[in-house]
Design a protein around this ligand. Structure first.
Ligand code: ATR
Length: 281
């Protein structure tokens, strides 16, 4: 079988997903291709998507700005995508297009890989900064994993509230302003930055000051361009452990690949080469 895979979004020309998935195809000894399918927001999304769906694709990834917009055009959604309200992976099965979201599970797997100790204590205190699609996916996946104390800090508190109400009855969640979170950072064992603040070209920006963190905490940023954001740099300076965003990129891709092909490929040996590519940009 020759797999036909790709990525829809805008812009996607410089995406690292083709590099990742071509490596996965090689590792799994499968043949196929992974194409970037740029859809200009000025064009009709519906028509462009229909053309792709008519072109014998086995599946594709979806990125900004189409993760929500694609939903009405799919036949089914898996539970995570339904709950998160965003899709990053689509597979074609018996003529039906099914949407998944592998961002949250990708994040949690990358965290488990690098910081297994945190999974020994479900009562650890977690802070998620941001309340967009990525935050929702991570909140959901951490909650499925058994964590019960996850606070959310966001500029717009209503978005954080809508994530908090999706938690089950076991979940203990406080909603904080960014200022409130900043003042009580030493309360958290794990702090996860999910906004795009600090992303290239605004590399000096940081969502909040880390002056109050405890040096035993783990600080994570899902931004991976640059690989070491100002936020991670500040955390490192404070003596905290840091967790890089490119590892989430790799593991969300690994789950997507498994959905398309049924093959679980190892991804850990790709972290270093991916880091080198990102550092060279
Ligand atoms: P994604 O799907 O990648 O999570 P998103 O849904 O656009 O992206 O969410 C972006 C998140 O970054 C939101 O939490 C947003 O805060 P608001 O809900 O207040 O909009 C946050 N964000 C983006 N730019 C920000 C900024 N300059 N300051 C604070 N928060 C910011």
């Amino acid at each position: 079988m020759q797999y036909k895979l790709g990525l829809i979004g805008f812009p996607v020309k410089h995406s690292l997903s083709p590099w990742i998935h071509r490596h996965f195809l090689n590792k799994a000894e499968l043949s196929g291709e992974y194409l970037t399918l740029e859809i200009d927001p000025k064009d009709s999304f519906e028509k462009a998507l229909q053309d792709i769906m008519d072109s014998q694709f086995d599946g594709f990834n979806v990125t900004v700005p189409y993760k929500k917009q694609i939903i009405p055009f799919l036949d089914e959604l898996d539970a995570a995508a339904q709950e998160i309200g965003a899709v990053n992976t689509v597979v074609q099965q018996n003529g039906k297009w099914i949407g998944y979201n592998t961002d949250g599970i990708g994040y949690v797997t990358s965290l488990r890989h690098h910081h297994p100790s945190i999974f020994k204590n479900n009562h650890c205190n977690i802070l998620i900064i941001g309340a967009g699609g990525a935050a929702r996916g991570i909140f959901k996946s951490l909650s499925i994993t058994g964590f019960t104390r996850i606070d959310i800090a966001n500029r717009t508190q209503s978005s954080a509230e809508s994530i908090a109400v999706s938690g089950d009855s076991e979940m203990n969640t406080s909603i904080l302003s960014l200022e409130e979170a900043e003042a009580k950072l030493n309360h958290y064992d794990l702090i996860i930055q999910t906004t795009n603040v600090g992303m290239k070209p605004n590399v000096n920006d940081t969502i909040l000051s880390l002056e109050q963190i405890d040096n035993t905490s783990i600080v994570s940023d899902i931004v991976y361009q640059p690989i070491k954001t100002q936020f991670l740099h500040d955390a490192d300076q404070s003596g905290a452990a840091i967790h890089y965003g490119h590892t989430m990129l790799l593991y969300q891709a690994r789950y997507a690949f498994e959905i398309w092909t049924g093959k679980k490929v190892p991804a850990d040996d790709m972290e270093q080469p991916l880091q080198s590519i990102l550092e060279g940009r």
